[in-house]
Design a protein around this ligand. Structure first.
Ligand SMILES: [Zn+2]
Length: 158
């Protein structure tokens, strides 16, 4: 059986999953955005029985949301999000795809809650290099006047 290993930013916690993972997706929901601290998060879903904490189990901290029956675990040392468990799916566990540097056997081809994506999220606008700052790209399109931008928003198909 093939395995993929993942770890938090400080390396204290290491996880291992059997691959291929069950599925993978991009989650644009507000809860995920706040919990992960980014525009959207990419997750892999695995059977709990296919996940092993191989190092640093004692360093894992968790926050349980009893109202929504969810548990979010993270490295208690560096804060890296590690696991997301949902009460209505007790045999599955979601892991940030970014924990794994290698392949996990599934491409994230699904997008959840796209309608919740913030207006500041990057949407593949054309980018050009920022002069004087190697490695920095920017969107230099001219901004539309407010009325025109509002009209675009209101007439945009969902
Ligand atoms: Zn850590």
């Amino acid at each position: 059986m093939t395995r993929a290993t993942g770890e938090c930013a400080c390396g204290k916690v290491k996880l291992e999953v059997d691959v291929p993972v069950f599925w993978a997706w991009h989650d644009h929901s507000e809860k995920t955005r706040r919990a992960q601290g980014c525009a959207y998060a990419t997750y892999v879903g695995v059977w709990k029985s296919k996940l092993r904490v191989v190092k640093g189990a004692k360093s894992i901290a968790a926050h349980e949301d009893k109202k929504h029956k969810t548990v979010r675990s993270f490295c208690g040392i560096c804060g890296t999000p590690l696991m997301y468990e949902r009460g209505h799916s007790p045999k599955m566990i979601n892991l940030p795809r970014a924990l794994f540097s290698g392949r996990v056997g599934r491409e994230p081809r699904y997008h959840l809650a796209v309608d919740a994506a913030p207006e500041w999220a990057y949407r593949m606008e054309p980018l050009v290099p920022l002069k004087g700052y190697p490695g920095v790209m920017w969107d230099r399109r001219k901004r539309k006047p407010k009325d025109e931008a509002l009209e675009d928003f209101l007439t945009r198909s969902p």
